[in-house]
Ligand binder design. Sequence first.
Ligand code: C2E
Ligand code: MG
Ligand code: MG
Length: 757
Amino acid sequence: MVHDELARATAAARVAYRDTTRLIRLLSVLGEPARPEQLLDRTLAVLSEVFFTEIVVVAHQAGNRLLAIGSFGFAEDDPVLREGWPVGPAAAEALGTGQLVTRAGLLDGELPSSAVPLGIHSAAWVPLAAELDSEDLLILLRRSRTAFTPSEQHMLRSVAARLRLAVEERERAIVLEQLARYGHLLARHLELAPLLDEAVEMLRRLTAADQTWVVTIDHDQAVLRAHRGLSDADVAEWPRPAGRVDDWRPAAMARSAATGAAVDDRVVLRVPVLRDGTLVAVLFAARQRRRPFAPGAAELTAIFANHLAVAIVNAELYRRLQRRATEDPLTGLANRVLVGQRLERALAGPPTAPVGLLFCDLDRFKAVNDLLGHEAGDELLQQVGQRLRRSVRPTDLLARFGGDEFVIVLDAVRDLGEVAEVGHRVSGALDREFRLRGERVRVSASIGGVLGIPGQTTASAMLRDADAAMYVAKERGLGQVEVFDEAASHQALDRLDLRSELSQALDRGQLEVYYQPIHSLGTGRVVALEALLRWHHPRHGHVPPEVFIPLAEDTGAIMQIGDWVLGQACRQLARWQAELPADPPLAISVNLAGAQLRQTGAAERILDTIRGAGVDPTHVWLEVTENTNLSDRVSNAAEALAAAGVHFALDDFGTAYSSLSYLRRFPIELLKIDLTFVAGITDRERDRGVVRAILAIAESLELTAVGEGIEAEPQRAALAELGCQLGQGHLFSPPLPAGAATTYLRGNAPTKPLPTG
Ligand code: C2E
Ligand code: MG
Ligand code: MG
């Protein structure tokens, strides 16, 4: 009896001793300073030893599988370590209740496949956290049929609690490794949507959150642009009204970082995604409040956020590249590439849905560019683009086609009438003046329109015809709209040929210089003749200089043609001066395109031509318009010419963007009053006022005034009375071919006063 009791006491003492030694060993392992992953491995090894188990493993629940975080007893290459194993009933119970579960006997359904052949008879599943829905288990498997005793279980519970920290560290290390391995893979997404989708999924895995979502922020628009992982309703409601970007400052977020802020029954991590210090997106991860995030989760998410920032930048870069291919960088409108694509798509539709096309070319845009500079010109194009945008339907494609040309593709229009209607609306949108760097600028557009029936025409034919219609509109004057049906398109094609034919016009002898006398309004004598170019086209007859001079400027042909006109005119002057000597001698006035002054060596070239014709430069007037760009090069050329004695006349004064500084900066000696003012001088008070003002300017700057387009005696008289010294116009003579001009000069001997009245 006593012996039995002694034996029991001894046994108990032995067990207690054994348990105590085990605990001491375990505690000493857990207490030793070691890196977390080493600690985990060593703890598992000691556990295996002191509990006589074949296998000890710490596993993490991922869905319905368990994945080993650390293990002892499996072969290193055991597939179980890679792939995990199904959550069995005992494991499920332990995970669900947070309570330790033991089993002894047949355990097949509970074990990793590679443990089955070992003949495991006893097992324990110990949740690492003593709470519901724990996710990590310490699992011990042994062959011995002995069940885990209460004191062993007690010991395991306290070991598990201590292991938890080490496991969290280990988990974090694994996640970091994943991040390092896969984070940059985010950047393989070129589109934002799939990128964000993957980010949401990766973030969920990294933080083991119940729910994750990403919101991107567009600061320009002050809106949340894309949100993944949340419904629209969620975004508006939770975690706080998301409409105001102000609330999404990184600083405000930092406060809630660390382990997340409590919202409702959840804990929410909010981590900013920054690019160059600017918030581009916010990452969210939420977990049930009773299962807070592991320490360091915010830090981890921040690392992830860096990866995401890079990927978002990439996606944006790609989007921009893609856009650049189809977008006009200046106006942000579509470019010609997109016009072609869109037209082709529309023309592939049913014949019942005709396609409209409008071709708009700004009138006198070159003038704005030349006068106010290219930057102002660019700004004007942007403003025009915005106005046009508002004048068409959102579904219509508005594109900048190049230079000052805009194109509008109208999907599904009724008929040509509707195309014309839109054309007029577009034209009307430009009526109001533009504000450009403090200056008020007016522009109009010449607009050509066509209708295309799917199956009957092509994109390029439509573009060609609309362009032709635009040219016809341009010839009719400023701000005109012209629409073409089939027949008109064919006729108009001829006009397009003008451009290419112009370069050969000179060689083919189709150009001729006409001369219009310029009289002194006081004495009536002819003081000079203006050279005016004529193009006799074999098919089109007389092509007006207003049509072909701008074309020549566009194509560059103006250089050669301009030189030729100057040479012709000077040679003619030399002949007249020889035949009809006068004092002061007769002068010649020649129109000069801006480009002629811009070319290198302009002054030398012009003086060579003048002197080569045997003419004294002081007998030459060069007419420039205010549209001539006042670059340094132009000013220098003008100064050099003026120094050689050439006189400059400012043509069409009052019609362009008059600026008095122009008069100061250009060596002008003559002002030509545009014929539109002269036309109204006798019956429009306003025109009379303008002429009076121009003459006052001329007088104060000591310039000689020339009235243009004088058709009737009262106009001449009015000009003379207001103090205009010189004049030209049909009243005296229209421009004449050289021969007729010679006859005219003979009949109006320079010394003989012209009969007036
Ligand atoms: P511009 O230099 O202002 O020339 C005056 C225009 O008024 C000429 O038109 C002339 O024929 C026209 N005209 C003259 N008297 C009267 C009149 O009493 N009534 C009316 N209604 N019109 C009159 P044109 O010859 O058609 O030339 C038009 C413009 O073409 C010229 O305007 C000039 O800017 C340009 N141009 C002509 N020849 C040349 C040239 O050789 N080189 C350059 N760069 N431009 C030229
Ligand atoms: Mg002129
Ligand atoms: Mg003029």
